[in-house]
Design a protein around this ligand. Structure first.
Ligand code: 5RP
Length: 224
C-alpha cells in the first residue's frame, strides 16, 4: 500500500466516528484532507448534519467547497470531536504537530474539544519524539534574537523556508523548527518553550489525544 492509501484508509475510518449534530474540529494536513473528503461525501449522500471548525484557511476552504457548514472556534459553544493528523506520536501518545505550520490553531481547537482523535500512517509512530523537527510558531518581531537564544541553548533552530522565503502561518508568524534528534523529557522542554517570549506556540501536544488511528498495510488499528 502507498502512504496515500494508508492515509485515505484512516481518514475514511475516522469520518465514520462523526455523528449527526456534532460540532467537529477539522485538523490540517494531507491525512485530514482524506477525512474531510469522506465527511463531505457523507454530508452530500447521507444528509449528515454537522458543523466543522477548521484549524487552517486550507481546511476551511476544502470544507466549504464540499458543502460542510464551517464556523470559527469562537462561534461555537463546544467542539464534540476533533480529528487531526500528527507528525510523530510516541509510545505514551504524546505528539509533535506543526509540520503543516498550523499547530497554533490546531492546539486551540484541540484544547477546546471534548475528544481528540489523531489519524496517521504507521511511519508517524516512534518510541521517542524528536526525530521529526519540533515546530515553533514565532512572532517575526525579535525572532532573530529568539533564534540566537535557542541556538545558544543547543536546540538547533532553523527558520522554515519555502522557495527561498520564510514560511508564514495563517497568523502571519514565522516557523522555527528545532532539530533535536531525540526529546528525552517533552514536558520539561514544553515548560521551557512556554516561557520564551516571542514563541506563540510550540508543536508539542502533550496529554491531548484520546484516540489514535494508525494505518498499517494489513489494516487500521484504533488505539485508545
Ligand atoms: C499541520 C499538522 C499536521 O497534522 C501534520 O503535519 C500531519 O500532516 P500530514 O497528514 O500531511 O502528514 O500538524 O500543522
Amino acid at each position: 500500500m502507498t502512504q496515500d492509501e494508508l492515509k485515505k484508509m484512516v481518514g475514511d475510518l475516522a469520518a465514520t466516528y462523526v455523528k449527526d449534530g456534532m460540532v467537529v474540529g477539522l485538523g490540517t494536513g494531507s491525512t485530514v484532507k482524506f477525512m474531510v473528503d469522506a465527511l463531505g461525501r457523507r454530508v452530500a449522500k447521507e444528509g449528515l448534519k454537522i458543523v466543522g471548525v477548521p484549524t487552517s484557511d486550507r481546511t476551511a476552504a476544502q470544507g466549504r467547497k464540499l458543502g460542510i457548514p464551517i464556523k470559527a472556534v469562537d462561534e461555537v459553544d463546544q467542539i464534540d470531536l476533533t480529528i487531526d493528523g500528527a507528525d510523530q506520536i510516541d509510545a505514551d501518545f504524546q505528539g509533535i504537530k506543526g509540520g503543516g505550520a498550523a499547530h497554533l490553531f490546531e492546539k486551540i481547537v484541540a484544547i477546546n474539544s471534548k475528544r481528540n482523535m489523531w489519524i496517521v500512517d504507521e511511519s508517524k509512530m516512534a518510541p521517542k519524539l524528536g526525530s521529526f523537527p519540533l515546530p515553533l510558531e514565532v512572532i517575526p518581531y525579535g525572532s532573530q534574537q529568539l533564534f540566537k537564544r535557542l541556538a545558544a541553548k543547543g536546540l538547533h533552530p532553523v527558520f522554515r523556508e519555502q522557495a527561498g522565503q520564510r514560511v508564514l502561518t495563517d497568523s502571519k508568524n514565522y516557523v522555527i523548527d528545532l532539530h533535536l534528534g531525540q526529546i528525552d523529557d517533552a514536558f520539561r522542554l514544553a515548560q521551557y518553550l512556554n516561557q520564551q517570549v516571542g514563541i506563540v506556540e510550540h508543536g508539542l501536544f502533550l496529554n491531548v489525544v484520546n484516540t489514535v488511528i494508525v494505518g498499517y498495510a494489513d489494516g487500521p488499528k484504533v488505539l485508545q
